[in-house]
Design a protein around this ligand. Structure first.
Ligand code: RB5
Length: 142
């Protein structure tokens, strides 16, 4: 499995971004910022991460903002991205098994840190099931 993972957040996701990198040191984190809790704009970081996925800098990414909503909208504007905003472990499992999600999106202000870290672990360790789901995922490409 490719252990290179892009990660980006705005100021609203900065603390959770640091916690994720610390909790999973075996992955090769490519941190695209932001680098402090100073206020920034989530589209800038969402687009940066999404473009990294399109360019093949890494096969998967994690994007975080306060609610998860703004940066989710941003990453999903890039056709190569299948970004899934997850608030529990079941969503994290299903977004990999059924949707082959390549970007996990989290909201630091909407999901507690323990749950968020469990979501990350599930996202990183669950494979796409293929089969009938592959046909559906293929239809998402445009
Ligand atoms: C920033 O205050 C906040 O609006 C942002 O992190 C996010 O929640 C946007 O959707």
């Amino acid at each position: 499995m490719n252990k290179r993972i892009l990660i980006a957040s705005d100021h609203g996701g900065f603390t959770l971004k640091a916690a994720i990198k610390q909790k999973f040191p075996d992955f090769e984190w490519i941190d695209l910022g932001t680098d402090s809790s100073d206020s920034v704009d989530y589209p800038d970081y969402g687009f940066k991460l999404a473009k990294g996925i399109t360019s093949g800098d890494a096969p998967r990414g994690i994007a975080i903002c306060g609610s998860g909503i703004g940066i989710s909208i941003a990453v999903n504007r890039e056709p190569a991205v299948r970004g899934a905003l997850c608030t529990d472990v079941t969503m994290a499992r299903l977004c990999r098994q059924h949707n082959d999600a390549n970007v996990l999106v989290l909201g630091e202000r909407t999901t507690g840190p323990e749950t968020a870290l469990q979501i990350v672990e599930t996202f990183l360790n669950t494979e796409f099931e293929g089969g009938r789901h592959a046909r559906r995922v293929e239809k998402l490409s445009c």
